[in-house]
Structures are given as structure tokens and as C-alpha cells.
Design a protein around this ligand. Structure first.
Ligand code: F58
Length: 794
């Protein structure tokens, strides 16, 4: 990569201002300046991008195709500038042109093309694949509207509105109107000799949009290829000429609904057909693209598994199994069984959840209507599996439904869980029967996070301290953070570490003050729970403990309390009533507690709306305590937990998901453990009175629930949160009550630890030093070795 000075970058910005934005400097808005900088930086990405493409083409290397419904990439400009080593030059160039660099960066909207962990993991994987020189394409959908925007109504309830990231030009992408495939739906299947001919009765055009993904230090770049849906015949001219303007535009509008909006959940029946169409749309377009690229390099289809590794990110692209069989068998004449085995040798599947409601199942009738040929092939795949494994019990088809997990398993040569505990549960629960038939198939790949975005970019102060202490090079070799340990033994380093945290907290306190009008004490413990809202994640356990704590502080305000700022962030699926009630409760508890003069300096609750990647980058470096309090056995891995630990926050958590591995890494003495284990949770539920007993034995819990029921947080109306409290009293599937006392006790241990601030800092710094293994570079190396059989190109 050529070095680029601030002057050269300034010239490049001016050129783009003039020729791409059509503005001179005097008239350039903040948007113009951002776009000109984006395009100047994009130019610098193109060179390594072409070079990487040429290199993998010349080496005829195997490529990874990461199929994912979601890529939660967030903002791209700051990350790209950092990866190219141009942060200082860009800062200087933009300042020289009379603009503030931070303002320019903050002008970029978040690309929120994902819901949460699954989508963010895909984004971290793209970063690591480019950093390691793993030839790869990410394939997904170019949603016009990403995850909904969240606000809170005057009563504290979540409100949703459409997100609009494409209102302004998306400066990073290259539209490829010449790379487009027709994707059909419905229609009929005719037998013709051994194969079949599928004639869909309607089709849309999948058009490619490419975003280059640059790795650390610009050594390699891959492509994120997102498909946008368009009508094949854009416009009904006859309708227009007869004055029916709406009707004239109908075909276009209908086709575009497929890539219109990201699904915020799959808890409702509405739009299920559209969701299935979205899944087939991007999977089928990607497979056609993959086979087209393969055919340019090789004509022998038996070689496909040596050139193509397709990773299915959860079951959303599971239709890739039957579709690849169809392309090989129906369209290219391969024997059915050979096609199945060839497809399986290419495909692998990552499972991200054990929650039964999140495991995809499609009604056979719907599948037959939308994808008639695929339904036939699924039946044949199921029959073939039965024939080869006569003792099998698990089937793909069951009770009139197609189980996409079983289909993915049967069509994949490797199936992976995302943390050690989760993988064991995958083996012993959802896929137990299939695991016994194929004991070598399920493997573990514990998730990871990219240290470029989540440490170097998000926490420049800590990064500078690390580099000052151990030198550079940790950014793509994160285990080197271990070299910090000797320094942590010195008071100088601990002071510097504490100062970094203090300054990050002061920045956050200022933002909270400006954005929310809430004054928070920057010296208090910043205690953060940020993630999607779900009962299993137990934000309600956190708020119950807050209520109980508030009561005790009120009773004894002069006792030695550790002052806390409790911070929440996250969205609930629009159809998830209980999760939205928890949000509603948190906002009202915040309203009441923040107005209490007696406890004001000791306890504040803040919940900034519209949590997204950018907000995470702001909150995580300022956190002292990370809340990872899911019901054991329910959080597949978690990745936020890793970001906190890397940034020097201590965790209070259950033995769930990757918490288990984080605790082993950082040391049990630097982690606040509480709650039942996964096995104990299962045993606890055997007793139908577990919640009643837990409430009866805990005065604090009793009081907290009664306070909610008294209307204290609902302007005196006792009925407001009845569904929530009744659920706790009579059902409590996620064992909030049974874990409450243990959580309370662990929080008091946290208080005690907080009083010894120097020791707290030591523990926090050890968390940073021992989190190197959590890098997604480690995860991707492991996928390359164990699943994809690909060697790095750098
Ligand atoms: C998450 N799943 C897991 N699903 O919950 C988390 O433990 C794990 O760390 C992460 O995947 C990465 O492995 C997740 O984010 C979704 O967002 C679904 C998307 C489709 C609709 C239903 C939610």
C-alpha cells in the first residue's frame, strides 16, 4: 500500500468534492465533506481489493462464501481509515479544509443490516477474513430499511419507526447492474427424463451491490456482495398510458418488497411467506454467482468442494442445500446422490440458538406453494438419509412442517455451535439423534470479536496505553496482550489504566448529559447491560435488583454504598409483548428513582434509546461492570461479553455461553459469578413452585415485586405491570426469582470490590490482558482449519 500524506489526501478530497459531489469547498456541507472523504478512502481500498482478487484467482484458491441474512456492520469510514493507517492524515486533511474530523465521522449513518449478535458476528468475521487473507465473499441482502429506529413515548413505551440509511448515497458500494440473476417463485414442475424442469410463475431480479472489506493494514480485501430485488419489467407502460399511475408502478413495488426491510423477529405469522422468499432470494442468487465464478476457473463439477466452502449462518440460508442439489442435478445433469454428497461437501452450518421458538420450521404447504421443486427435493433428501441410516429417528419433515435445522444438519459436512457449553447442548438436546448418527459432524467454534473495531477504534486511549506498554502489533496478534501482565503489577500502569477509564467515563457522562439531560456522577460505577431485549437475557432480573437496592439505600442512606449508574441499551422485537413491558418498566423505574433526592448521588438509571453499533462503541469503553446475566443454557455465546472484558470491565454473570470461557481466561477471582448452572435450571423447573418458593424465602424480592404491583412505577395504577409480575409469580420459565438472591449477593461482592479501587483496576486490567483469545482472528483461523480447509493468503 502506498503511504498517503495529509496533503495528498486533501487533494483527493478536493477532487471528489468537485467531480463526485459537484461542490466547491466554500459550499461543501458536512455531508459533502463526508462523501468526498469516503470516496477518497474508497479509492485507496480499491487497489488492495483488486490485488487480492487477482491473487486468489491466480492461485485458483478455494474461497469462502459466508451466507448470512444479516451483516450488522455499523459505520465504515472510521474503520477503513484506521485499517489503512490514515487516521492522522485524514484528521489533518479534514481540519485543513475547515471541518471537524469527528463531526464528519459522526455524520455517517449506521448500516444496521442485522438484529444483534448473529449479524454483528458476521461483520466481525468479514473483518477477520480480510485481515487474515482468507479469500471470501459475504453474501446477504441489501435491505432498504435496516433494523427499526427505537424511541420512547412519554409513558416510557418503545416506539418503532422505519430506519432510512439509504436516504443519502451509500458511498462505499459499487452497484453491479450487469451482475443480476432472475430468481423465480411458485409455478410448476415437469418431469423430463431423470431430472425435472421447474417453471416458476413469477420472478424478480437480484442485482449485486459490492462493498469492499479492507483488512488490517490494507494487506487484503474481500467483498461483501448484497443483493437488491427489482422487477424484471420495471414498468407497466400500458397502465401508465391509460392513467393508472399507481398500477403502472405496481410490479416494481411488489418486487422490491423482497429487499425492503430487515425482519426484526420471527415471532409473528405475518409476512412469513415474505421471509421465506427473502431467504430463497439471496441464497439462490448467491449460489448462481458462486457456480458462475467456479465455471470460469474449472469445468469439472466434482472439484466444487475443493474450490467452494459455503457457510450457512444459522438456518436462514438453509435452502442452499436443496437449491444446490437442484442446480447440480436438474440443471447440470449430476446424479441425485452425487449431487447431494457434492453439495454436502461444500456446505457447513452454524447454529446460534437452542430456543425452540427460534428454530425455523416452514409449513409444507407454504414451501410447496413458493418453492415446489425444492419441496420435492427436500422429501428425496429426507428419504435418502433414512435409507442410508435406517435407525434414524430425527426427520426433516415432521407434522406437516419442514424443519430447517435438521435440513441444514443433513446437508452440511460440519455443524458448529458458538461456545463450548452451547456446542455440548447442541449435541445433547436439539440434534441429539443426528449427533449419534454422525458423531464427527458437530464441532465447537467459540465466537470472537474484531479487536480493530472493538479496541483500537472504539477505545483509542486504552489502545495508546497498550502500545506504549508492549509496542504495536497486538492489533492482529491479540494474545500479545498477555505481555501487559508484568506492567499491571506496577502502580504506574494501574494509574494510567484507571485514568483511561476515567476519561472514557467522563466523555460518556457528558454525552448522557447532552443527549438525555441526565446528570450522572462520573466517579460512580458504570454498570451496563446492552443487548437485545429478551426474557432469557433477564433485563428484568437487573431492574428487580435495582428496585431492591433503591429500597435499601432509602432505608439507610448514610451507609457505605457503592454509587452506581445503571445503564441499559437495546431494542425489543415489535411483536414481543413481554420484552416491551420490561422496557416500559425500566423507563418508569428510571423516572421514579432519578427523581428521588435521597438516593440521587448513589443510584441513577439511564436508558438511551436506539441502541446500535455506534452506541456500543461509546458505552463499552466506559463500562466498569458488564451484566451477562442470562438464564444458564439459553445464551448461545454472547459477544458483547467479550467486548467488555477486552475493554477492562469486570463481568457479573452466569455460567452461560462464552461467559464460561471468559471466566476461565480471566481467572475466577476476576469475575463475579452467580446463579444456577444449566443443569440446575433444568432441575429447578421440575418443581412447579420454584418461583413461589424463591419469592417466599427472599424478603427483598417480595418487596421489589410488591412495589411494582403497588403502582409505584405506574402513577399509582397497580394493573399496569400485572402481566409481568404475574408471569414471575406463576410461570417464570427463565428462573428470575430462583436466581435473585444469588444475584443480589454477587452485586454486594461487586460493591465490596469497588471500594478497593486500585485492586479493581488491577482486576480490570487483567481482564484486558487475558482477553486476547477472544479475537475473531482466532475464531476464523479455526474455521479455516476445521471446516473450510483453506490456507491464509497472507
Ligand atoms: C445470537 N443470535 C445469540 N439471533 O443469541 C448469541 O448468544 C450469539 O453470541 C450470537 O448469535 C452470535 O453467535 C442472534 O443474534 C438473531 O438475531 C436472530 C436473527 C433472526 C431473527 C431471530 C433472531
Amino acid at each position: 500500500m502506498l503511504p498517503m500524506t495529509a496533503n495528498a489526501l486533501r487533494d483527493a478530497i478536493l477532487k471528489h468534492l468537485e467531480y463526485s459531489q459537484g461542490k466547491d469547498l466554500a459550499n461543501a456541507s458536512l455531508y459533502d465533506m463526508r462523501m468526498a472523504l469516503t470516496l477518497a478512502i474508497r479509492d485507496k481500498v480499491v487497489e488492495p481489493w483488486f490485488r487480492a482478487n487477482r491473487a486468489s484467482y491466480q492461485a485458483q484458491s478455494k474461497r469462502v462464501y459466508y451466507l448470512s441474512m444479516e451483516f450488522l456492520i455499523g459505520r465504515l469510514l472510521e474503520d477503513a481509515v484506521m485499517n489503512l493507517g490514515l487516521t492522522e492524515a485524514a484528521h489533518e486533511a479534514v481540519a485543513g479544509l475547515g471541518h471537524n474530523f469527528r463531526d464528519v465521522l459522526d455524520d455517517e449513518p449506521d448500516a444496521a443490516l442485522g438484529n444483534g449478535g448473529l449479524g454483528r458476528l458476521a461483520a466481525c468475521f468479514l473483518d477477520s477474513m480480510s485481515t487474515l487473507g482468507c479469500p471470501a465473499y459475504g453474501y446477504g441482502i441489501r435491505y432498504e430499511h435496516g433494523l427499526f429506529r427505537q424511541s420512547f413515548g412519554p409513558d416510557g413505551r418503545q416506539l418503532e419507526s422505519a430506519e432510512d440509511w439509504l436516504r443519502q448515497r451509500h458511498g462505499w458500494e459499487f452497484a453491479r447492474p450487469d451482475t443480476a440473476f432472475q430468481i423465480g417463485f411458485g409455478g410448476i414442475v415437469a418431469e423430463s427424463g431423470r431430472a425435472a424442469v421447474w417453471t416458476p410463475d413469477n420472478a424478480v431480479l437480484a442485482k449485486a451491490y459490492d462493498t469492499p472489506v479492507i483488512g488490517w493494514q490494507g494487506k487484503w480485501a474481500n467483498t461483501l456482495r448484497l443483493w437488491g430485488a427489482e422487477a424484471i419489467d420495471a414498468f407497466d407502460l400500458d397502465a401508465f398510458n391509460s392513467g393508472d399511475f399507481t398500477g403502472a408502478a405496481a410490479p416494481e413495488a411488489l418486487a422490491r418488497t423482497i429487499s425492503r426491510v430487515l425482519y426484526p423477529d420471527d415471532t409473528t405469522d405475518q409476512g412469513k411467506e415474505l421471509r421465506l422468499k427473502q431467504e430463497f432470494f439471496f441464497t439462490a442468487a448467491s449460489l448462481r454467482d458462486i457456480l458462475r465464478r467456479f465455471a470460469r476457473e474449472c469445468s469439472d463439477l466434482s472439484q466444487l468442494p475443493n474450490r467452494v466452502a459455503i457457510q450457512m449462518n444459522d438456518t436462514h440460508p438453509a435452502i442452499a442445500g436443496p437449491e444446490l442439489v437442484r442446480l447440480l442435478h436438474d440443471e447440470r445433469g449430476m446424479e441425485f446422490e452425487t449431487a447431494v454428497d457434492t453439495a454436502r461437501a461444500c456446505l457447513a452450518y452454524t447454529n446460534h440458538t437452542l430456543l425452540p421458538e427460534a428454530l425455523e420450521r416452514w409449513p409444507e404447504a407454504l414451501m410447496t406453494r413458493v418453492l415446489p421443486r425444492h419441496m420435492q427435493l427436500i422429501e428425496r433428501i429426507d428419504a435418502l438419509h433414512a435409507q442410508r441410516h435406517p435407525t434414524r429417528q430425527a426427520t426433516i419433515l415432521e407434522g406437516g412442517e419442514v424443519k430447517m435445522g435438521e435440513l441444514s444438519f443433513v446437508m452440511a459436512h460440519k455443524v458448529n455451535g458458538v461456545s463450548a457449553l452451547h456446542t455440548e447442548l447442541v449435541k445433547s438436546t436439539v440434534f441429539n439423534d443426528l449427533h449419534r448418527l454422525h458423531p464427527e459432524r458437530i464441532i465447537n467454534q467459540t465466537n470472537g470479536i474484531t479487536p480493530r473495531r472493538w479496541l483500537k477504534g472504539a477505545n483509542p486511549r486504552l489502545s495508546a496505553l497498550i502500545t506504549d506498554t508492549i509496542g504495536s502489533g497486538w492489533e492482529d496478534d491479540l494474545e500479545r496482550l498477555r505481555d501487559l501482565e508484568p506492567a499491571i503489577a506496577t502502580p504506574e500502569f494501574r494509574d494510567a489504566f484507571a485514568q483511561v477509564k476515567a476519561r472514557n467515563k467522563s466523555d460518556l457522562a457528558q454525552w448522557i448529559g447532552q443527549d438525555m439531560g441526565i446528570k450522572v456522577n462520573p466517579d460512580a460505577m458504570f454498570d451496563v447491560q446492552i443487548k437485545r431485549f429478551h426474557e432469557y437475557k433477564r433485563q428484568h432480573l437487573n431492574i428487580l435488583e435495582i428496585i431492591a437496592l433503591w429500597q435499601e439505600i432509602r432505608e439507610n442512606p448514610t451507609a457505605n454504598w457503592a454509587p452506581r449508574v445503571k445503564i441499559f441499551g437495546g431494542k425489543a422485537a415489535p411483536g414481543y409483548v413481554m420484552a416491551k413491558e420490561i422496557i416500559h418498566l425500566i423507563n418508569n423505574v428510571a423516572r421514579v428513582i432519578n427523581a428521588d433526592k435521597l438516593t440521587r448521588d448513589l443510584l441513577t438509571v439511564v436508558y438511551p434509546p436506539n441502541y446500535n453499533v455506534t452506541m456500543a462503541e461509546r458505552l463499552i469503553p466506559a463500562a466498569d461492570l458488564s451484566e451477562q446475566i442470562s438464564t444458564a443454557g439459553k445464551e448461545a455465546s454472547g459477544t458483547g461479553n467479550m467486548k467488555f472484558s477486552l475493554n477492562g470491565a469486570l463481568t457479573i454473570g452466569t455460567l452461560d455461553g462464552a461467559n464460561v470461557e471468559i471466566r476461565e481466561l480471566v481467572g475466577a477471582e476476576n469475575f463475579f459469578l452467580f446463579g444456577m448452572t444449566a443443569d440446575e435450571v433444568v432441575a429447578c423447573r421440575q418443581d412447579p413452585a420454584h418461583m413461589a418458593k424463591a419469592i417466599a424465602r427472599s424478603q427483598r424480592l417480595t418487596r421489589a415485586i410488591e412495589l411494582i404491583e403497588s403502582g409505584t412505577f405506574s402513577h399509582g395504577d397497580p394493573s399496569t405491570y400485572r402481566d409481568l409480575t404475574q408471569n414471575l409469580r406463576t410461570h417464570d420459565y427463565f428462573t428470575v426469582c430462583a436466581d435473585f438472591d444469588s444475584f443480589w449477593d454477587a452485586q454486594r461482592q461487586v460493591d465490596q470490590a469497588w471500594f478497593d479501587r486500585d485492586n479493581w483496576t488491577r482486576m480490570a486490567a487483567l481482564n484486558t490482558a487475558r482477553s486476547g483469545w477472544l479475537s475473531s482472528d482466532r475464531t476464523i483461523k479455526s474455521y479455516m482449519q476445521d471446516i473450510w480447509s483453506i490456507a491464509p493468503m497472507i
